[in-house]
Design a protein around this ligand. Sequence first.
Ligand code: PLP
Length: 394
Amino acid sequence: MTDLPLSLPDITDAEIDAVVEVLRSGRLSIGPKQELFEDVMAGRIGRRHGIAVSSGTCGLHLILLALGVGPGDEVVTTPFSFVASSNAIVMCGATPVFVDIDPKSLNMTAEAAERAITEKTKAILAVEVFGNPTHMDQLERLANNHEIALVEDSCEGLGGVCAGRKIGSFGRASVFGFYPNKQITTGEGGMILTDDDRLASLCRSMRNQGRPDPKAQRREPVGGGQSTGSWLSHERLGYNYRLSEIAAALGLTQLDRLDGILERRRDVAYEYINMLKDLDDIILPNMPPGEEDTMSWFVFVVRLAAEYGRQERDRIIGGLRRHDVGASNYFPCIHLQPYYREHFGYKQGDFPVAESISDRTIALPFFNRMDATQIELVCHTLKVMIQREQLLRR
Ligand SMILES: *Cc1c(COP(=O)(O)O)cnc(C)c1O
């Protein structure tokens, strides 16, 4: 157990009260909280529909299915991400086609994505890794030019802005995740956002065992039969990807506090940057250069200078942990995960930029209520561990 965890959810009495209220109400699933959470979230990002689901991964799976992604299709995506973005493609039976990343933003660029497009490409699945929004507008333009879908995996970017537009407003649909380390949490949960009525309706049906979408039914005045029989009518293969009322109430309260949460996270990040800016051998997170771009701080990840290798990085992470400072290697490249090597034949050297960066990253403790002393403790310990490596090298 580390004294300073990598992340920590920010739960106040407001969240606890909201959850208790649902528990007392007797309505624990498929109720008003879920619908309200969807409406507030869609309104905040400026999309027509929000479809709450039980995780970000489920959201990505459903939207890809709704877009018709299946066996034989390719989806262009980044190897430098949490594994869920790529797993969702595999869950549909399609093939993830990775491209190397931009060493500054750590995201896939439109140029690299374009080179990977073939006749089999059905979609581009793009991520704002660590909350950096760079290139999402260009990826949207690329997808439009090629008449393929852009799915924005915005699971790391809530609150960010790209080219003056909110993260989550790009492409045919976007997906947020609410795992406890995200900007806001529902414990487990996620949400699909889209402007497309048909996609929204398909997602609502598929998250609920393929039952008819109740919102579509409300709009169409179908005569008789339907209303009583629809609970046991399954029009298509569906899943149980619903979000509980308990989780939705938690999400609503967190969303209500989002501005304050984002401000706190930015303050913690800037405090880190201030304390680490003169430290030798450390590369600080690259913030988007544009005036129209805003980073949403999901995690705080630094990287070691190019002369460091993976072994040294792992030793530094081990040293931090031994001193009760949470640390992790965000992210190991997806294409080098055993499953991906085995099933898709990817190997070391396929994406040199992603691999070189992935070998040198260190995620540091990062949570809303970190105080200056805690940040100083992390920075001091990191400095000592790096000095040790410098001595060992002599
Ligand atoms: C967190 C995350 C997800 C979704 O994760 P869940 O745990 O399923 O909610 C998807 N993609 C990325 C890039 C993420 O960081």
